[in-house]
Design a protein around this ligand. Structure first.
Ligand code: GDP
Ligand code: NAG
Ligand code: NAG
Ligand code: MG
Length: 398
């Protein structure tokens, strides 16, 4: 019985992977054709300058992450053992008091592999006050600056204008269909907060770049360069380590809402081939392929979210109620936002950061694996799986 079930699962997995690989390596899926249809289906705009006033188009030969990180971002402590230069950045973690054990695990690793040497400050956020026990345990783990913040109620809880009857019916249905977190209101609050509010927290006002960390994640490698300085000096806006497709059941009408926004706000959106649309769609923007950057890891520019374009985008999505009537995740919302408002070369794949959040991990390959002393099994790498969306990121640059 067990063997038979396994066999079926394996066969299914192979079939799905095959379909996946074929649909993305197929020569007929030409880039020019796809961008043409993209332009047509999205209404032909695409000649206006982007949000930061820069004009493309650039010519690429390979994805930007294939170029080694310049030496100047590597650790070169002065005679006092401290870093001569820092980026304007913080590490941010949303957590509940009950997450303490997982918080300790994540922080211990992050300190050991990176932040003891680099010295970036932390911001912890919670919709309830952090307990003394939580603060005490966190402060014991680091000599770096730590701040604990309370999330304003209006940034967290389900808004009064949401039709609770409708929301409840949807939660019930999703629970019956075994959609992960389908029946949870707190999870929805969290997704909406991360989508539209975390970057408005007053404790983040004084920073430009952030690294999002969650409880119970692992960092495998000794990071010997400063990813924040890299982001800041190279003008990157969003960084990821793992990309994968979203469960369709959580976002039935998200793409419709996105298209509405784009049609009504062409001035906010980058020309499609300069932005990251090639990552999001197989058919020129007609439909969403579900690909998103897994947002439990993010290194990003807060100004991307603070800007008028993303704020208007979030307001539009929020007005649809989809965070509660469906279960829109912050990962697809951030990913679509990044793809619409950042140039594709400003979206960075941190290939050399070894990272695990259950049940997936990114394990850097050689030469980074040795150089960064990664303690992950080199074969256990999500990008070797059929599910990875990295090929959709890569194809934007070839
Ligand atoms: N303060 C607070 N944080 C939450 C809540 N729900 C989730 N989080 C945090 O939000 C992040 C994502 O939640 P998690 O349970 O890891 O979801 P998953 O990674 O999608 O399985 C983690 O940093 C959690 O600690 C909540 O109700 N309150
Ligand atoms: C090392 O620390 C001392 C004392 O704080 C300071 O005067 C000196 O400038 C530092 N050296 C460098 C290279 O930063
Ligand atoms: C860091 O960035 C924030 C937000 O852009 C800004 O207000 C602040 O002045 C910056 N701090 C420094 C030291 O540059
Ligand atoms: Mg998590």
């Amino acid at each position: 019985m067990m063997t038979k079930t396994r066999y079926i699962v394996l066969t299914l997995a192979i079939l799905i992977s095959l379909h996946y690989i074929l649909s993305f390596s197929h020569e007929g899926y030409g880039r020019a054709t796809s961008l043409d249809s993209l332009r047509k289906s999205w209404g032909g705009f695409g000649s206006s300058p982007g949000p930061d006033g820069e004009r493309g188009p650039k010519v690429y030969h390979e994805p930007p992450y294939k170029t080694p990180v310049p030496e100047k971002y590597y650790l070169t402590p002065d005679v006092n053992g401290t870093m001569p230069r820092h980026a304007n950045a913080t590490i941010v973690m949303l957590a509940r008091n009950g997450d303490l054990n997982g918080v300790v695990r994540s922080l211990t690793q992050l300190e050991a592999k990176f932040n003891t040497r680099f010295g970036y400050p932390y911001v912890f956020l919670n919709e309830e006050p952090f307990s003394d026990d939580f603060k005490h345990n966190v402060l014991a783990l680091t000599n770096n600056k730590v701040e604990f913040g309370l999330i304003p109620k209006e940034h967290w809880y389900q808004p009064a204008w949401i039709d609770e009857e409708k929301a409840r019916a949807s939660r019930k249905k999703m629970e019956e269909e075994h959609v992960i977190y389908g029946g949870s209101v707190p999870y929805r609050n969290m997704c909406r907060f991360n989508s539209g509010f975390f970057f408005r927290h007053e404790l983040l006002d004084k920073y430009r770049y952030y690294w999002r960390v969650e409880p119970d994640v692992r960092f495998f490698c000794t990071l010997s360069y400063d990813p924040f300085l890299f982001m800041q000096d190279e003008g990157k806006k969003y960084g990821f380590t793992i990309s994968l497709p979203e469960y369709d059941a959580t976002i039935p009408t998200l793409w419709t809402a996105v298209r509405e926004f784009v049609a009504a706000n062409p001035q906010h959106v980058l020309p499609l081939d300069e932005g990251g649309m090639g990552f999001l769609s197989e058919d020129g923007g007609e439909t969403y392929n579900g690909c998103h950057f897994w947002s439990n890891f993010e290194i990003g520019d807060l100004d991307l979210w603070r800007g008028e374009a993303y704020r208007a985008f979030f307001e539009h999505l929020d007005s649809k109620g989809g965070f509660y009537y469906e279960r829109w995740g912050d990962a697809p919302v951030h990913s679509i936002g990044a793809a619409l408002f950042a140039r594709k070369d400003q979206i960075h794949f941190f290939d050399d950061i070894g990272y695990r959040h259950e049940p997936f991990q990114h394990c850097p390959q050689e030469p980074a694996h040795s150089r960064e002393q990664c303690d992950c099994k080199i074969d256990d790498n999500f990008d070797r799986e059929g599910w990875s969306c990295l090929n959709r990121y890569d194809r934007m640059f070839t």
